[in-house]
Ligand binder design. Structure first.
Ligand code: ZN
Length: 382
């Protein structure tokens, strides 16, 4: 077996060697990760709260036995550490620490004794420290986005995705983020930028960002709040609010009437041809006034749906429906009654059989004696 510590001791600066050994003995070498390349491993080495990544091959497996005398040369060529010392001088104490760990793992005769804390503790602390590192990077990204007018959200999307995939793991990040954002709330131009960041991260990162940004948005300039709700409606319409859909709905319902009106006006302007998009907004946000004032643009289904919510308009609705169905029945082709009957059923199921309903059916039966299969079905409904 190749003795790692021996060839290091023979060739390396003794102070580096001793420092490395000490790190190992203090439990600073993490469990390894195997890399894709055969016999290569990745280690995290912890030294006084600093973390270093060491990558190297298991020399005793990767190197031909006849070349063991070149082990030192070889390790100098291939081992890597991300510390500053390594970048300047090559082989560092972290690599020594890792090699000591490998020696202990594979060479049973070694005298090295490891006095490490239990492994799980090490892993926990590695994990925590890596998270802190990641969060620091994320916060720097957020800060840059706040300072610049950049619309490049590549990094933001990556952050949002990570948060979405690890719910409950990033409370610290959000806490610090709110400290970063706080001084900017109240400044219109900054709020505008926060709004963009908020919308993008909500779209990708979903409810955790929604929960985070909502109280901040409520403190924004009214015009920006309006922009927020217009966009949240679009997300909802696109089906992009999974996980917090009901919450969005209840907030839309609670918007002051005036704000609902403004959202609707913006939608009408932008989506004039997409009637369903803005009518659905009225239904979901319970902004019924617009629907009542524009009964004539509603489909039969929507009219029935609206009347369910506003029973007072029952009579008006009945008259409109009656007119629609009478006219419609004149144009029905033999045998193609399905859609027509669906509406008739919906009318009676949702709103009950009023006098107007019954009269309408009787009228259609009288007017179309030849459409036997239709009139039979209508007769059953009276
Ligand atoms: Zn190093």
């Amino acid at each position: 077996m190749l003795s790692y510590t021996k060839f290091l001791k023979d060739s390396l600066d003794p102070s580096i060697y001793n420092q490395g050994l000490r790190i190992y003995l203090q439990g600073g070498v993490s469990n390894p990760t195997s890399l894709v390349l055969d016999n290569w491993r990745l280690y995290t080495v912890i030294e006084r709260n600093y973390y270093h990544q060491v990558k190297l091959p298991l020399l005793h497996l990767a190197l031909d036995q006849s070349k063991f005398q070149d082990a030192y040369k070889c390790i100098r060529e291939v081992a890597q550490c991300d510390c500053e010392y390594f970048a300047e001088h090559g082989l560092c104490r972290h690599i020594v620490a890792v090699l000591a760990a490998i020696e202990k793992e594979f060479n049973q005769t070694t005298e090295l004794t490891r006095q490490a804390p239990p492994k799980e503790d090490i892993l926990d602390s590695i994990f925590t420290a890596q998270k802190v590192k990641v969060h620091r990077k994320w916060l720097a990204t957020m800060d840059t986005l706040l300072q610049s007018a950049s619309n490049n959200y590549y990094h933001l999307d990556k952050i949002s995705k990570a948060v979405k995939e690890e719910p409950g793991e990033h409370g610290d990040f959000f806490q610090q983020l709110s400290t970063i954002l706080e001084p900017h709330v109240g400044l219109y131009s900054k709020e505008k930028r926060i709004l963009k960041i908020a919308l993008e991260s909500i779209l990708i990162g979903k409810y955790q960002f929604w929960n985070f940004f909502l109280p901040i948005v409520f403190r924004f300039d009214e015009d920006l709040q309006l922009q927020f709700w217009i966009n949240m409606w679009k997300f909802y319409w696109m089906g992009a609010c999974e996980g917090y859909k009901d919450d969005v709905v209840s907030h839309l319902r609670e918007l002051p009437r005036d704000q609902k009106k403004q959202v609707l006006e913006a939608l009408l302007q932008e989506y004039a041809r997409q009637k369903e998009l803005y009518l659905e907004f009225c239904f979901v946000s319970r902004y019924y006034i617009y629907l009542m004032e524009n009964k004539e643009v509603l489909s039969e289904t929507d009219l029935i749906r609206l009347t369910e919510h506003v029973p007072d308009m029952r009579e008006d609705t009945d008259i409109v429906l009656s007119g629609h169905l009478r006219t419609w029945s004149d144009f029905l082709k033999a045998g193609e009654y399905q859609d027509f009957l669906k509406i008739v059923h919906l009318w009676s199921d949702k709103l009950g059989k009023s006098e107007i309903f019954v009269d309408t059916l009787k009228y259609i039966i009288r007017s179309h004696p030849k459409k036997k299969s239709l009139t039979r079905k209508l007769q059953d409904l009276i």
